[in-house]
Design a protein. Structure first.
Length: 603
């Protein structure tokens, strides 16, 4: 007998679990069943069949669409209230009507429940659209974050100051030189444009964030310009980890008198607190120094340190390699100078860095090998250059009593080729750089420099006529060029005047032609002491003196000045000694070893 199995499935929803009971009938008419469990949502989404007033949906996870419109309208014709829900123009559910009495009863219960909610601190403004209280809606995240971070939402900016502009008349200049392009022949020059800015800005956000900004173009020091952004939360909440944040001009005061904090720092500073541990971190650039002054017997005692590489650079120069090589020998028998050399006239030229001197400047061609009497010191490019080879045979009048070659324009053939009358084309400023490189094989910035030079007045430098060096009052910039022209007498050849370069009054080439028209400017040839690109491998590097050091004070006088050299004996007792211990010269003071104690008060 064929038996047909019949399966009956009954579904139940029990606390989030769907249980399916399967009943089967066996051959002996025995009823068997098994339970099959299937996991479903804990709170399922179900639709409501009544209206939203009498049968509201209390499921907080059932989010109503934003375009669902729920309304209650009074119908004066039937004296009833119509409750309907629409999506667009279509009814979402069938409208429901309420009599006037039913609506009053519902309204009374609603107002009563609303009143009790208000007494409990629960208002309608904290409910969602479906009537469920939304806890997040009670927190104003936007205002709360601003208040906590800045202590308020107010922004204040208070600028103070003034800006003065001084503009003097414009100068018009016309140069009819045909070698100058037409658009460059007419020039408008502002004689003076002097802006004076003094600005002070105080601002802030809330009570925690402050901004201070100060700028003055007439301030004496750079650290007078201040900008500071400060964030301070310590006064508002003692539990915050971040206490202070400062950016800009900051300071690092320390509570210890042994180690003093640096002032006038520019960077970022933070103060953090973890329980009883307070941490201050700073990353900054120091813009000031702190010095201690000691006064003894009415005089200031100051201790400072000078390192060997801190010499007074770009101020003191030998005027030739001859003077550098004979410097030590000349000073052997102080106070008598062992030299027969004496400068008669000297002119010092620097590349022009002042706009007001443009009209009185002169075109200069500074050549490194000009007047060079020692062929081994020529630049690497010109050691085998036939144009500037040493004179052959070498004139005996250009040799000193020790057999060394004196500096002079006749020491090599370069100046003879250039000359005053021989090569006029090269002397014209528009041709100088091209012909010196092409005709004479010189390399610009390496062997020569052409520039608009300013003649220094005697008050802007000092020079030693016997030792052959000059000392400028101000330090030259790295890209400035220095050149000299001088003549001198050598005692053993007192009737001979030696010349290096060209003095300005001896340049006989005129810029005015026979018909009275202005021709192109001519250059002066001078000896180059410093080029615009300094290199230690260049011969001019040796012309800069590196044995002069600035003492960083101007309150010294010869009577009260004392100088001594000490050796710190770290191997024995760490004391300071005026001699070198454990050597064969331990009885010789260090001052004598360095040849410093050579003269007494009577020289």
């Amino acid at each position: 007998m064929n038996l047909t199995k019949k399966l009956l499935i009954i579904s139940f929803l029990i606390v989030g679990t769907s249980k399916i009971f399967a009943f089967t009938k066996g051959p002996q008419e025995t009823l068997n069943f098994e339970i099959i469990s299937i996991q479903t949502d804990t709170i399922p989404i179900e639709d409501t069949y009544g209206d939203f007033l009498t049968d509201p949906n209390n499921n907080p996870f059932d989010i109503q669409p934003s375009n669902l419109e729920q309304k209650v309208e009074y119908d004066p014709a039937t004296n009833t209230y119509v409750v309907f829900e629409k999506i667009g123009e279509e009814y979402y559910k069938t409208p429901v009507t309420m009599t006037f009495k039913e609506y009053l009863e519902w309204r009374s219960k609603y107002e009563e429940q609303r009143y009790f909610n208000k007494l409990a601190g629960i208002g309608d403004e904290y409910r969602s659209k479906n009537g469920i209280i939304d806890p997040i809606s009670r927190v104003d995240i936007k205002d709360d974050i601003v208040d906590r971070l800045f202590g308020g939402s107010g922004v204040t900016i208070k600028p103070q100051g003034n800006i003065d502009l001084t503009i003097l008349p414009i100068q018009y200049q016309f140069n009819a030189n045909p070698n100058i392009p037409t658009d460059l022949q007419r020039q408008f020059i502002f004689l003076d444009f002097d802006p004076v800015i003094q600005m002070n800005v105080d601002g802030g956000i809330g009570d925690k964030m402050d901004l201070n900004f100060n700028y003055n173009t007439q301030s004496t020091f750079d650290f007078d310009q201040k900008i500071k952004l400060a964030y301070d939360s310590e006064e508002f909440n003692e539990d915050d980890i971040i206490k202070k944040i400062e950016a800009g001009n900051v300071s690092l005061p320390l509570r210890s008198s042994l180690i003093q904090g640096a002032q006038q720092l520019f960077g970022l500073k933070t103060e953090l607190q973890f329980g009883h541990l307070r941490l201050t971190a700073i990353a900054s650039q120091q813009k000031s120094e702190q010095e201690n002054l000691q006064i003894q017997n009415g005089a200031q005692v100051q201790q400072f340190e000078i390192r060997p590489d801190e010499y007074d650079e770009n101020r003191h120069f030998f005027i030739s390699h001859y003077h550098r090589n004979n410097y030590e020998r000349t000073l052997e028998n102080l106070p008598y100078l062992n030299t027969a050399f004496r400068v008669n006239r000297i002119q010092v030229w620097v590349s022009n860095d002042r706009p007001e001197f443009q009209q009185n400047s002169t075109m200069i061609a500074a050549i490194s090998d000009l007047g060079q009497g020692v062929d081994s010191l020529f630049t690497d490019n010109n050691q085998n250059n036939p144009m500037i080879a040493p004179a052959s045979p070498y004139p005996q009048v250009l040799v000193d009593r020790f057999g060394e070659r004196l500096p002079d324009n006749r020491s090599n053939t370069l100046y003879e080729e250039l000359g005053l009358e021989t090569d006029e084309a090269t002397r014209r400023i528009e041709n100088t750089s091209t012909l010196l490189a092409g005709r004479y094989g010189l390399e610009q910035t390496e062997d020569f420099e052409t520039f608009r030079g300013r003649l220094l007045s005697p008050s802007e430098y000092t020079f030693n006529p016997e030792l052959g060096f000059i000392s400028l009052n101000i330090r030259l910039k790295a890209n400035q060029v220095l050149g000299v022209a001088y003549d001198y007498y050598y005692t053993f050849n007192c009737d001979t005047l030696y010349t290096v370069g060209e003095l300005s009054e001896e340049n006989t080439i005129s810029d005015v032609s026979e018909d009275g028209e202005v021709e192109s400017a001519s250059v002066l040839y001078v000896k180059m002491l410093k080029n615009s690109t300094q290199k230690v491998s260049h011969p001019t590097w040796d012309l800069m003196m590196k044995n002069v050091y600035a003492l960083r004070t101007n309150q010294l006088n010869p009577d009260d000045f004392t100088f001594d050299i000490f050796f710190e004996d770290d191997q024995f007792d760490g004391s300071l000694k005026k001699f070198l211990p454990f050597t064969q010269v331990n009885d010789l003071p260090l001052l004598n070893m360095f040849n410093l104690d050579r003269l007494n008060t009577q020289n």
